[in-house]
Design a protein around this ligand. Structure first.
Ligand code: SAM
Length: 505
């Protein structure tokens, strides 16, 4: 029997400093018992990790001896190897940013294998972590610090590419990879090539373009997501600037909004941007919760279902279930039109019903024949209002009903499991499990959490919404007389919190 002491192993999960002793049993070489000591006095066994690969042991003990840099380097190599293997296994081409070709992974409908998804998250977290190490050279340190203050310059430079039409032109050249000289761009768009070169050179530092020979610029693969018609364009066009002056400019000059007379157009533009992000995550949401485990005889009530996009997509995954899309009076007609367009006959046959319902009032559908879905709803409401909404549902659920809350849970990969999950555990499986957070990697995989954290910030700024931790969600759910029965991380910015009636066994 071998004893390994790992100080601070739970750093990522717990605030207090723990000392962990792992007992490694040669007779059962694949099982670690993890003991937890607080203030150097043993408490109960905290958990048992089943570890399938030595790599996991590596990751667990790395915190003891290895430096942070060594750890990140090993993890980065591990993740890049896994990405390469997954691309090969999926018959996908190798990756390049300096290409005019869109990679299959760039398509919003592409669902990466669980291992590829997690390896990408880990790689990005490592790369940005390592980047921060080299901030000690005075010049680079200066660059690193000012990177943050230069962030708006990136936004402004990208906006120039979009509003002038440069990006669409560069993206539509017969040979995109050949690039185009700044003089030619200047002449064609009546712009000063000197200023243009300064902007394009700045954008090359972040990989949007490359300067292949002096003043000749080519779009790199990430920039192709910004050409007209791509989801990235919709996100980039949403006015992000907080200052009224900057937003005002959009209302005066933006091609779609310059003549707009309606305040609700803002919401529409926001909805387009959010829809674009949603498109990238829908495949993961549909694949990673066991939707087919819902009784096929149940009707799924999509509460605040908006334009019906989720029910329409889910109805293809759950072909036997019926759906009810509920929303406020003024919204349901759009849902109706969408259902008609995407699933002809579904309204007439009763497979999908659209109905006006205010979720603060008693739910008209009761009992085991129904489960209830809330996607991107509850984060729009303060805690007391969330309890009111869920209380209406708690009064309606039967013992077999589920209440499924799809939200961005902050501070989580929120795994449903006690296992220590490594990239090796995700080999040859389509079952997604969130990777356990390795030592020296931030709890949300750092830079990989940018979309999730950025969205939380954006909707807080725009709608005064609030994302919540699992603990905060659990409190609200229990206050409404419901109970959490499971948490499902997804290959998405969302997780599913599965609930049932509080009194159900
Ligand atoms: C952020 S959208 C989410 C839409 C949809 N669940 C989705 O994920 O695409 C919020 C929705 O809640 C609806 N809503 C707001 N207040 C409501 C209420 N009192 N009763 C029912 N729906 C409401 C809005 O009309 C809007 O469609």
């Amino acid at each position: 029997m071998m004893k390994v002491y790992v100080p601070n192993f739970h750093r990522a999960q717990e605030s207090s400093c723990h000392l962990i002793a792992m007992l490694f049993s040669p007779s059962r070489p694949k099982v670690f018992h993890v003991y937890e000591f607080r203030k150097f006095s043993p408490t109960a066994v905290s958990s048992t990790f089943t570890v399938y690969q030595p790599e996991a042991f590596e990751q667990l003990v790395m915190g003891t001896g290895r430096s942070e840099l060594d750890t990140l380097q090993v993890l980065m190599n591990t993740s890049i190897d896994a990405i390469r293997q997954e691309l090969a296994a999926g018959g996908l081409p190798s990756l390049s940013s300096r290409t005019a070709e869109r990679h299959p992974m760039d398509d919003p409908s592409f669902l990466p294998s669980p291992r590829l998804f997690e390896a990408r998250r880990l790689a990005i977290a490592c790369i940005v972590g390592i980047q921060s190490f080299f901030a000690y050279d005075p010049f680079i340190k200066l660059c690193f610090v000012v990177e943050q203050s230069f962030a708006p310059y990136h936004t402004a430079s990208i906006d120039v590419l979009l509003t002038t039409g440069l990006i669409d032109y560069m993206g539509s050249l017969p040979n995109v990879s050949a690039g185009v000289h700044a003089d030619e761009l200047g002449e064609r768009f009546d712009l000063d090539p000197r200023k243009l070169t300064t902007i394009l050179r700045f954008l090359s530092t972040n990989g949007w373009v490359s300067e292949t020979t002096e003043s000749v610029f080519v779009l790199n693969r990430p920039a192709l997501e910004l050409v007209e018609g791509r989801d990235g364009r919709a996100c980039a066009e949403f006015p992000r600037e907080a200052q009224v002056s900057a937003v005002l400019q959009d209302w005066i000059t933006h091609k779609d909004w310059r003549h707009s007379q309606s305040a609700s157009e803002t919401a529409k533009q926001f909805a387009v941007a959010v829809q674009a992000i949603g498109n990238c995550y829908s495949p993961g949401v549909l694949a990673d919760y066991p939707w087919r485990s819902l009784p096929p005889t149940q009707t799924l009530v999509d509460c605040g279902g908006g334009q019906g996009a989720f029910s329409i997509a889910l109805s293809k995954v759950c072909p036997s279930n019926k759906f009810i899309i509920q929303d406020l009076e003024g919204v349901v007609s759009r849902a109706e039109a969408n259902v008609k367009a995407h699933i002809p006959g579904a309204l007439e046959s009763g497979r999908i019903t659209v109905e006006a319902h205010d979720f603060f009032t008693p739910m008209p559908h009761h009992g085991d024949g129904y489960s209830f879905i809330f996607r991107h709803i509850l984060h729009d409401w303060p805690g007391d209002r969330v309890i009111e909404i869920l209380t209406q549902i708690a009064k309606a659920v039967g013992p077999k009903s589920k209440v499924l809350i799809l939200e961005n849970i902050t501070r989580s990969p929120a795994s449903n499991t006690n296992e220590y999950i490594t990239l090796d555990d995700l080999s040859d499986t389509n079952e997604y499990k969130a990777l356990s957070v390795p030592y020296h990697i931030p709890w949300d995989f750092g830079a990989s959490g940018q979309t999730q954290q950025g969205l939380a910030l954006a909707i807080m700024g725009i709608l005064n919404s609030q994302e919540r931790t699992l603990t905060q969600w659990t409190k609200l759910i229990e206050a409404a007389n419901l109970r959490v029965t499971g948490v499902f991380p997804l290959r998405a910015t969302l997780s599913v919190i599965e609930c049932c009636a509080a009194e159900r066994e």
